[in-house]
Design a protein around this ligand. Sequence first.
Ligand code: S3P
Length: 170
Amino acid sequence: MTVGHVVLIGLMGSGKTTVGRKLASAIGRRFVDTDEEVERRTGRTVREIFESDGEPTFRLIEHQTLADTLATPEPLVVAAAGGAVLRDDSRALLVEPHRIVWLRAEPDLLIERVGRRRGHRPLIDDDPDLRLRQLWTERDPIYRSLAGTTVDVTGKSVEGVCSEIVEALA
Ligand code: S3P
């Protein structure tokens, strides 16, 4: 039987990692972040993989990492990196029995947050504001189509977002 994980999706800066850690400790599950898992498995940073092998290779590694993570028999909280929804075969994994939770935020909030943490985000190197707005427009419909639960994170604390998710999962 496939175990149901809680999987957080959403754009960079929406708080998947911070909320995911807090949520995992609140509901007594282990937390896995796919970017960290890619880096642990490959021994390379996300940025190094993008720069030396290119985005398609990164997406393939990301897909394999997501697939293996979701095959874990122990129920987890998983933060799926922002672009982990781009491949068809990755999207096909983000279905029941997993609980797919979309952390939604307006572009201005993402821009403000991501401005401070761009290390593992080479896609927005050139013009972070513009690139985030483009990614928001491209991906909003994708996250929407996958989400079982949507939490608008605007103006909410990490604790507030976690409580909403816990309520939605109950
Ligand atoms: C990406 C998001 C990043 C990281 C990479 C690509 C994306 O993860 O995987 O820079 O395409 O949205 P976070 O969503 O954790 O920032």
